[in-house]
Design a protein around this ligand. Structure first.
Ligand SMILES: [Ca+2]
Ligand SMILES: [Ca+2]
Length: 244
């Protein structure tokens, strides 16, 4: 029992520390990664001239009167084929009917297998003042090969989570409120495994030819049963470049 509690506390502490560091990284890394610069191509439709492949393709830009040509070069992001790099996400999840959402931090590696398809693998930590989740996830997305790119995707995550169970007959004040075994008293448990598969929708925007911003929503279908299914909303930034 002692080991069990120690393990639970250790994971809770680890989750809290990870969340803290994650928040700090988001606060400091995101602005510097975007290099505090305006999105590329605000004043010109050839937005990705920093990319050699794009620059070669549009070396001779569309004529001033060629509206279709201008639109094409302003939206074309096919050069991202075979780009890859790291991403960092932050999000919120409300499991089941809980009105106490978990804050999430996610970090990993993603790559374009084709200009319209990405795959990724990452680590995720989620916690609020009561519960935590630590785990890994993999996923795939299909998008339009454009600068502003809606996508649909699917993924799987699996890990360990905390939980609680009734503790009204163990003679212990489990929640330190001065009352022993009061109605609805609960104790922390270490549930072991929690997994979920999810469908996902979202949108990418290439801030620069290397910096991609993303908003997404996932519907988590968990191994804890349909009552614990949840929406997870997140935002991420990824820095990608051509594989060498
Ligand atoms: Ca109590
Ligand atoms: Ca008790």
């Amino acid at each position: 029992m002692t080991n069990f509690l120690t393990t639970s506390i250790l994971f809770q502490t680890t989750a809290s520390v990870l969340m803290g560091w994650g928040c700090l990284i988001v606060l400091f890394w995101v602005p510097s990664a975007a290099q505090a610069q305006l999105p590329s191509g605000l004043t010109k439709s050839r937005w990705a001239m920093d990319d050699p492949e794009y620059a070669e393709k549009y070396a001779h830009g569309a004529a001033k009167t060629d509206i279709a040509g201008k639109l094409k070069q302003a939206n074309d992001a096919r050069f991202v084929d075979h780009h890859s790099g790291y991403y960092l996400s932050a999000g919120l999840t409300a499991i089941g009917k809980s009105n106490n959402p978990l804050g999430s931090i996610e970090a990993g590696y993603t790559g374009y297998g084709a200009s319209f398809m990405t795959s990724r693998a990452g680590l995720i930590a989620a916690a609020n003042d009561e519960d935590y989740f630590l785990g890994g996830e993999i996923g795939m997305r299909f998008q339009t090969p454009s600068r502003l790119a809606p996508f649909v995707g699917t993924g799987l995550f699996t890990g360990i989570s905390s939980g609680s169970e009734p503790a009204t007959d163990d003679g212990i004040d489990n929640d330190d409120d001065g009352r022993i075994d009061e109605r609805h008293e609960e104790r922390e448990t270490f549930d072991g495994a929690l997994s979920a598969i999810y469908p996902e929708v979202g949108i990418h925007f290439w801030w620069t030819p290397r910096t991609r911003l993303t908003g997404f929503g996932r519907y988590l279908i968990t191994t804890d049963g349909r009552a614990n299914d949840a929406w997870y909303y997140g935002f991420s930034i990824a820095i990608l470049s051509k594989e060498h």
